[in-house]
Design a binder for this molecule. Structure first.
Ligand SMILES: [Ca+2]
Ligand SMILES: [Ca+2]
Length: 324
């Protein structure tokens, strides 16, 4: 079940820094809908995003060609209502408590933890991700045990939930009466009303020397000075909100979007409320994570995109939701 790295080849910076795939098959092709036992559902703090038109994609020519960030193209969106933060461990715990839902990582029995964050014993390190040896496949790592079997979500209750697959995110949404944002909605919201900027707050990474997001400082993947305050995930609302009042769209954790991922999609996509291609090898992820670094993965830019297979989970990917 584990893709062990067997070569010393240089990892493809296109994906392997960002996304981990330590499982080779989905345990559930079709998953049962979560059944509520009637517990109260947590309220989502949310913001109205106004309808409008924007240039979606990379206008700077800075994206990895294989990511398909270009061409930048005009997109028009209807209004929608979005969570101001990623879904936290506390909220996900309420979902699990109400439904008894078991995530895919729990079904697999393991998930991907970044090597500097692992608290697991040696015997619980089952292998490493192919081409990305900094991703350890840790037995007993899951949303409730984010860094290894002895870690507890209660200790990071206000951090974004991680180790959730796209399928798990959809199950949460179904329970909560929410949905995932489309990729076009996500980027539009993340731009915060700014037009054609590199980041969610402007064109400078650290205006006045101030960190605007939780990414990597130092030498990836071995030395992280954590100058921004965080080696791994940060609590939600740790960094300034963007122009729409959304927190941590850049960095901290990747966020699943509804769309399938096809690099060529922008070449010929609808201008009105695009919903992504009908097929793809994986699901879109947006925003970058605490592992992004300019030298290796500058995907904290607002146009940046990547993907992973729908059953994959890792310690740096979560989601935020949109009202139905
Ligand atoms: Ca950091
Ligand atoms: Ca994020």
């Amino acid at each position: 079940m584990i893709q062990l790295s067997t070569t010393n080849s240089v990892p493809d910076p296109g994906h392997s820094c960002c996304t981990a795939s330590v499982h080779s098959a989905a345990p559930h092709a079709v998953r049962a809908a979560p059944v509520s036992t009637g517990s109260a559902k947590p309220a989502h703090e949310e913001i109205h995003i106004p309808s409008g038109t924007y240039m979606m994609g990379d206008g700077f020519g800075e994206g990895y060609p294989n990511d398909g960030e270009s061409p930048a193209h005009e997109v028009r969106l209807d209004t929608f209502v979005m969570d101001v933060t990623a879904v936290t461990n506390e909220k996900f715990a309420a979902f699990v408590a109400d439904t008894g839902f078991s995530t895919e990582a729990e079904t697999f029995g393991s998930s991907a933890v970044f090597h500097l964050l692992s608290t697991a014993r040696k015997q619980d390190v089952l292998g490493v991700a192919a081409g990305a040896p900094w991703w350890l496949n840790i037995r007993g790592a899951d949303w409730a045990h984010p860094t290894g079997p002895d870690s507890r979500w209660e200790d990071v209750a206000d951090h974004p939930v991680v180790h959730v697959s796209h399928n798990d995110a959809l199950a949460y949404c179904q329970w909560a009466g929410r949905r995932l944002p489309t990729e076009a909605e996500w980027e539009y919201a993340a731009r915060g009303g700014l037009q054609g900027k590199r980041y969610a707050w402007g064109n400078e990474l650290t205006p006045q020397g101030e960190h605007q997001c939780n990414i990597w400082q130092g030498t990836f993947p071995t030395i992280n000075t954590a100058d921004d305050g965080y080696l791994g995930t940060a609590p939600v609302k740790s960094f300034p909100a963007n122009g729409y009042g959304l927190f941590e769209v850049a960095g901290n954790v990747w966020e699943w979007c509804a769309d399938w991922f096809l690099p060529k999609y922008y070449r010929n996509s609808p201008a009105e409320n695009p919903k992504g291609p009908t097929i793809g090898a994986g699901r879109v992820m947006r925003g970058g994570s605490y592992l992004c670094h300019d030298s290796y993965c500058n995907r904290y830019r607002v146009a940046a995109r990547t993907s992973n297979t729908p059953e994959s989970s890792s310690g740096n990917c979560g989601f935020r939701t949109v009202a139905l």
